[in-house]
Design a protein around this ligand. Structure first.
Ligand code: IMP
Ligand code: MG
Length: 185
């Protein structure tokens, strides 16, 4: 029985409590933006490629902190059903840009097992970009089982299931400005 003052929300059959408040997320986004600003200052018009749906809020806040000329676009992948990955990645909206010779920064909400990012990176490298790096808001190091280096990680967490700030539980919770973790009761 947990009795604390943390804000709670209920989504479908689960209760969640605040794990990372909005101001802490903002500071982490600020740090990633500062690294990207330093690394890409001299590169020709980089392309930020967001992975829908989860990355929309991170992408929006990150872009406001990027201080060089850049473009943005999105692809849409799906691999999760409920709170666990299906291990099968579906491409719902494919790449619409010519990325040959371009510097691409893939923007993810969360890298968990790495299945989705591995799939996407393989498909992108076939289009001969000048470079591709990954910027993710959340990283689950204990779950990640791939070799692809994740260069920009705003926040590392354990294997808990989180929602909010773009992340969903069966499509719900994406609008929450704090990040919430499922409560086991
Ligand atoms: P991966 O393919 O296992 O790395 O999973 C990546 C995708 O699974 C993310 O882009 C999310 O959409 C989803 N995902 C992974 N962990 C969570 C979580 O804790 N909450 C909500 N969605 C998650
Ligand atoms: Mg998702």
């Amino acid at each position: 029985m947990g009795c604390n003052n943390k804000k709670r929300v209920t989504l479908l059959d689960k209760t969640f409590e605040v794990m990372i408040p909005a101001d802490q997320i903002d500071r982490a986004v600020e740090q990633v933006a500062a690294q990207i600003n330093a690394d890409y200052a001299d590169r020709e018009t980089p392309l930020f490629l967001g992975v829908l749906n989860g990355s929309f809020m991170f992408m929006s806040d990150l872009m406001k902190k990027v201080d060089f000329n850049c473009e943005l676009s999105f692809v849409k992948l799906a691999s999760y059903a409920g709170t666990s990955t299906t291990g099968k990645v579906q491409e719902l909206i494919g790449l619409k840009n010519n990325i040959e010779g371009r510097h691409v920064i893939v923007v993810e909400d969360i890298v968990d097992t790495g299945e989705s990012i591995e799939h996407l990176m393989r498909s992108l490298s076939g289009h001969n970009p000048a470079s591709v790096e990954v910027a993710t808001l959340f990283f689950k190091p204990n779950s990640y089982s791939k070799q692809i280096p994740i260069k920009y990680k705003a926040l590392e967490i354990g294997n808990e299931f989180i929602v909010g700030y773009g992340l969903d539980y069966d499509q719900l919770g994406r609008n929450l400005k704090d990040v919430f973790v499922v409560v086991n009761e």
